[in-house]
Design a protein around this ligand. Sequence first.
Ligand SMILES: [Zn+2]
Length: 315
Amino acid sequence: MSFLGIDKGGTRHTFALTTDKGEIVHRVQHETGRACGSCQMEDAQAEIEALHAVASELVQVAADRRAPVQSIGISFGGPVNAETGTTILSHHVSGWEGVPLRDLFEDWFGIRTRVDNDANVGCLGEWRFGAGRGCRDLLYVNIGTGIGGGIIANGQLVRGANNLAGEIGHTIIDSDSGVRPDGPPCTCGRRGCLESFASGPGIERRYHERFDQRLTCREIFINAMENDRDAAAIVEEAAHYLARGIGTAVSLLNPELVIVGGGVSEAGDSLFAPLYRLLQHYGFPQAGPVRVVPAQLGYDAGIIGAVALAMGTRQ
Ligand SMILES: [Zn+2]
C-alpha cells in the first residue's frame, strides 16, 4: 500500500507517495505565485484545482504500481479545524476561509484524508520518522520566520480545544515590571511574545537595534561561529529567550525530548550549546536535564510529516 502526503505551503505545493515506512517513491513539486489584489479569490480556487489535478495523478500512479493509496495527509500552512478537516484561513492566499478540504478529497478519491496545520504536521513527522522516534512525550519547536510548536503527550498529538495547543511562540516572556505585556510587537497583535524576540526576523531586528547594521539571521549565526563577539552576544541572547519559553513548557509538560526544527535550528552548536546550558536553569530542577536535539527531517519535514498525519496521530 502507499500513502499520499501533501505539503501545501505558502508558495510551494509538494506531493509525495511513500511506502508504509515513509520512503518516498514519487515526488511532485509545484511553485505557486503569491496572491495579489483582485485575483485572490481565483487563486484559492486555482490552488484547489491544482491540488486535485496532481493528487489524481499520484493516486493513479499508486494504483498502477499495485500499491493503492491507503490514506492522504495534508499539511496546511495556516490554522485548520483538524476535527472537520476544514481550513480557517491562509496567511498567503485569500479564499481559503472555511474550505472543507478533507471532505473535498474524500469525495474526489474515496480515500480517508486528514488535514492539519504545518506545526502539528512537523511534530508528527519528527515523532514517527525523525528525531523523536520511540518517544511517548516530546515537545517540538519550529523556529523560522515565526515560532510554532507541537506536543506529543502519552503517545498522542495534543490538539487542545481549538487545535491551537503548542503555540509556544506566543507565550509572553517579557513584561513591564511583571504587570502587563511589554517588549517588541508580535504578529499576533500583542507584545513580548517569544516569537518577537527569537524568530529569524526577531534575531535580525535585535542585531540591527544593537549594532545599527542589517545582517540576515544566517550571517549572524555564521559570524557567531567565527567568534564575532557582537554576533555571539545576539545568539546567546536568543538562546536565553528560547530557554525561558521552552523551559516553561518543559516544566509544564515534562517531555523526555525537545526537538528544535526550522531554519534557525540550522545554526548548530552556536545556538544549541547555550540553549542547552540555559535550559537547565529554566526547567524544573527535579525533572532533571531534558535532551534538546535538532530536527532530522530538514527540507522534507513538511511532506514526511503529511505522510505521518495520513498514518494517524497515535502510536
Ligand atoms: Zn504573539
